[in-house]
Design a protein around this ligand. Structure first.
Ligand SMILES: [Zn+2]
Length: 297
């Protein structure tokens, strides 16, 4: 089925941008998405606003949230809950914002990385470190993994995706920073490979959530033939616009995740700068955070 889908989608590009081709694609989409869980639910807690995935609610001790920019201490262009020390914000405000996130989820520590659109993984296996709630990141990577309670794995975003993975059987977690460069480099399958190696994860057990990020409404690539590999061209939904949500879903499925275990928020950060930071829309902007962790028992 997947093969047929891909071939047909390519046909759409080679035939030009005819409406009937788009209709065909929509029908195929409907087919591949029909097992989707209902998407994320917006919550307001302790003056913060976050989105949570019902898919994860059945896992005991699991906490998570995609935090919007609403409710933080940062000002100006960074207005709100900026969680990055690297965008010119006052360090005290970033630390204050991160503490709010950590405390709301009842986690003792938060760990994040210097994200570089690569495929390096950092496995948090001993103690709680490195706790980066109040200090800038020292470790570089785009994949965080742990099976230890009390550690919030945080991915910072402004259009890129956070792909959160939960292995309920082994109580192991991954949080992946995935922009289109991450899709190109296979960061999702790399993250799943690490879960397998570190915790014995069977991808068929995984629950996966793709958070708010740049949508097909706004992912315009005029020079896509130079910028995107041919593999990505099949996700062109109208001339020059690409559906990276679908690309990630298919990369998850290709890595062995069941389609019915994937939730895609379907919220576009560039359209929704009232709630999210968008690099593409705002250029000078902050970073919102997606966090997943296990409570200490
Ligand atoms: Zn949009």
């Amino acid at each position: 089925m997947e093969r047929k889908y891909k071939n047909a989608a390519k046909e759409f590009i080679w035939q030009g941008d005819k409406p009937q081709s788009i209709d065909n694609r929509a029908a195929m989409r409907e087919d591949i998405n029909k097992m989707d869980y209902s998407s994320s639910i917006r919550q307001e807690k302790e003056n913060l606003t976050l989105y949570q995935f019902p898919l994860f609610q059945s896992v005991p001790g699991l906490v998570h949230g995609v935090f919007t920019r609403l409710g933080g201490e940062s000002g100006g262009a960074l207005q709100g809950l900026n969680l990055s020390f690297s965008v010119g914000d006052q360090a005290g405000r970033v630390a204050g914002n991160r503490k709010r996130v950590r405390d709301l989820l009842n986690l003792p520590s938060l760990t994040s990385l210097r994200q570089v659109h690569g495929t390096e993984a950092v496995i948090i296996s001993n103690g709680r470190g490195p706790d980066t709630t109040e200090t800038p990141e020292t470790e570089t990577g785009d994949i965080l993994l742990t099976d230890r309670p009390g550690i919030g794995l945080m991915i910072k975003q402004a259009d890129c995706q956070a792909v959160m993975l939960v292995d309920p059987r082994h109580k192991a977690l991954a949080n992946i920073h995935c922009g289109w460069r991450g899709n190109v480099r296979g960061v999702i399958s790399e993250g799943i490979k690490h879960l397998r190696a570190a915790y014995g994860t069977d991808p068929a057990d995984l629950l996966a959530a793709v958070g708010p990020s740049l949508g097909p409404c706004c992912a315009e690539f005029i020079h896509y033939r130079e910028e995107l590999p041919e593999e990505a061209w099949q996700y062109q939904v109208r001339p020059f616009y690409f559906d990276f949500w679908q690309w990630s879903r298919e990369q998850l499925v290709a890595a062995g995740v069941r389609n019915e275990n994937i939730a895609v928020a379907g919220i576009c950060t560039s359209c929704r700068t009232d709630e999210f930071y968008s690099y593409r829309k705002e250029k000078m902007t902050g970073r919102f955070g997606s966090v997943i962790g296990l409570l200490e028992i």
